[in-house]
Write a protein that binds this ligand. Structure first.
Ligand SMILES: [Zn+2]
Length: 139
């Protein structure tokens, strides 16, 4: 497996890249692209959620950011090549003593459900291809 070559992030890495977000339509996923790389047949997009819900799913208390983790999601092909999203998602911790939730990964419901490895639009795309084109799941 080849490894992606990532270009160095510019100083404005946190600024939204409207052109890339528009071309790749990551806006509809609630994500903004920070960087990109290609590794053979696979396109890697490094992005972050535009809006993060900082409230605890257990008690509704406002939580604090502990650190960030990378969540990988398969997305629609770009120019015929499969794409993999590397989403930098915050891990949060609840500060309420009465809450059973301690540390959790922030959800990105616009892009994918928790524990899902593909975006919502990939699921929709696969179902459309199977129904309309008779494509197999493996393809
Ligand atoms: Zn809580």
């Amino acid at each position: 497996m080849s490894h992606p070559t990532v270009t160095s992030a510019p100083a404005s890495a946190c600024a939204p890249n409207l052109v890339a977000d528009t071309i790749c339509r990551t806006v509809e996923l609630g994500l903004s692209i920070d960087n990109a790389a290609d590794a053979g047949n696979l396109t890697h997009l490094y992005c972050h959620p535009v809006i993060v819900d900082l409230n605890c799913p257990g008690c509704g208390h406002a939580c604090r950011v502990r650190d960030h983790v990378e969540r990988r999601l398969t997305d629609l092909p770009i120019a015929g090549h499969p794409s993999l999203l590397h989403v930098r998602v915050p891990r949060l911790f609840c500060t309420s003593d009465d809450c059973e939730v301690t540390i959790f990964r922030a959800s990105i419901p616009q892009a994918a459900d928790d524990r899902q490895t593909v975006t919502h639009r990939v699921t929709r795309w696969i179902l459309q291809r199977m129904a309309c084109d008779g494509m197999s799941v493996k393809a």
